[in-house]
Design a protein around this ligand. Structure first.
Ligand SMILES: CC(C)(COP(=O)(O)OP(=O)(O)OC[C@H]1O[C@@H](n2cnc3c(N)ncnc32)[C@H](O)[C@@H]1OP(=O)(O)O)[C@@H](O)C(=O)NCCC(=O)NCCS
Length: 314
């Protein structure tokens, strides 16, 4: 027999999924609850909502520390069909819980990931001091098209021998993203990126370079993702998805069509693999990528709301 809190949470999750897929048909139905502490809140009409609280520590040597606070507190809201009123009640309860955590940690955050199209809840998240720091955006695969010929650019797959060039471009992207989003250039960022990229290249993951007159001017570092429909963290519709992890054009070559031509080639090649589509994260405050990705056919599915440090939650 399930504990009452679990059974209530399951009912709320089912009603919530129903409401959310009505707002955005690309959202997957979520069937599983995350493991964590459950908090509840009562609404003015007597209904109960719940939230699961998760905590992750992203210490030195951990790749997520390049985009997450060292100590990240996350809430997974379960508000059924209550929408904004439910999320507001949970954020109030969460705020009180944070006060019990002891002295504030300057490198901490509160995080809520919520469907981008739920505008009524957006208002509530803003009012509690959360910021739309990142967006998971998707692009459904169009029918395969003829390859366009880039103008003076050579586009080719990267091999392990290209590690230095790929690493240099990844660090340029990290430095820029740290100015305009949640990324952070940690002291060990160089070695973390290098290790991650070496594994990707050795695994033969799809990574492409753009070269002009023998000089590498851009790269698109991609991978594959097969979302588990039974996971509480599922974010995408079923199928095989290509993941665009990092696209970077050398600072002196930006704004001249290199990124567009590189992604044209990448999308055309990925479309021949049968992938359902491509997805990526971008930072809405990034003045380059927030224009670039929608022009490439991407649109927001989930928004990652954050406030740093955690005790700045209102
Ligand atoms: C985002 C990025 C990959 C785009 O590549 P790019 O070669 O600079 O972009 P393009 O020249 O192909 O331009 C595509 C669009 O982006 C915008 N854009 C890009 N750079 C611009 C610049 N320096 N000034 C003005 N607009 C710019 C333009 O709107 C342009 O569209 P348009 O040509 O139809 O006007 C590249 O600017 C970059 O590496 N930026 C820093 C790292 C980064 O933000 N990476 C993405 C993280 S998600």
């Amino acid at each position: 027999m399930e504990a009452p809190a679990v059974s209530i949470s399951r009912d709320l999750l089912a009603a919530q999924s129903e409401r959310l897929v009505g707002l955005d048909p690309l959202l997957p139905r979520v069937h599983a609850l995350p493991p964590g502490d459950v908090v509840t809140a009562g609404l003015s009409d007597g209904r109960l909502v719940a939230g699961v609280l998760l905590r992750s520590e992203n210490g030195p040597g951990m790749v997520p520390s390049l985009w997450s606070a060292r100590q990240a507190h996350e809430m997974f809201p379960l508000v059924g069909d209550a929408g904004p009123e439910g999320v507001d009640a949970l954020l109030r309860v969460w705020r009180q819980r944070l006060e019990r955590l002891g002295p504030p940690n300057p490198d901490s955050s509160c995080v809520v990931t919520w469907p981008s199209r739920d505008a009524t809840v957006t208002r509530v998240l803003l009012d509690h001091g959360l910021v739309p720091l990142s967006v998971l955006a998707v692009r459904l695969a169009p029918p395969p098209a003829a390859m366009t010929v880039p103008d003076g650019l050579l586009i080719r797959r990267a091999t392990p021998a290209d590690l230095d060039a790929v690493h240099g471009l990844a660090m340029a992207e990290l430095r820029y993203s740290a100015l305009v989003g949640g990324a952070m250039v940690r002291p060990d960022a160089g070695s973390l990126k290098r290790g991650m990229l070496r594994s990707r290249l050795l695994a033969g993951d799809p990574v492409w370079l753009a070269e002009r007159e023998g000089v590498t001017v851009a790269m698109a570092e991609c991978g594959w993702s097969d979302p588990d429909p039974d996971s509480w963290a599922v974010r995408l519709p079923p199928g095989r998805w290509a993941y665009v992890n990092c696209v970077s054009v050398l600072p002196g070559a930006r704004g001249r069509g290199v990124g567009r031509q590189l992604m044209d080639a990448v999308h055309t090649r990925l479309a021949t693999t049968g992938a359902a589509g491509t997805y990526l994260y971008y930072n809405p405050p990034n003045p380059l990528s927030s224009v670039f990705w929608p022009r490439q056919g991407y649109r927001p599915l989930w928004t990652v709301w954050e406030v740093r440090p955690a005790d700045a939650l209102r």
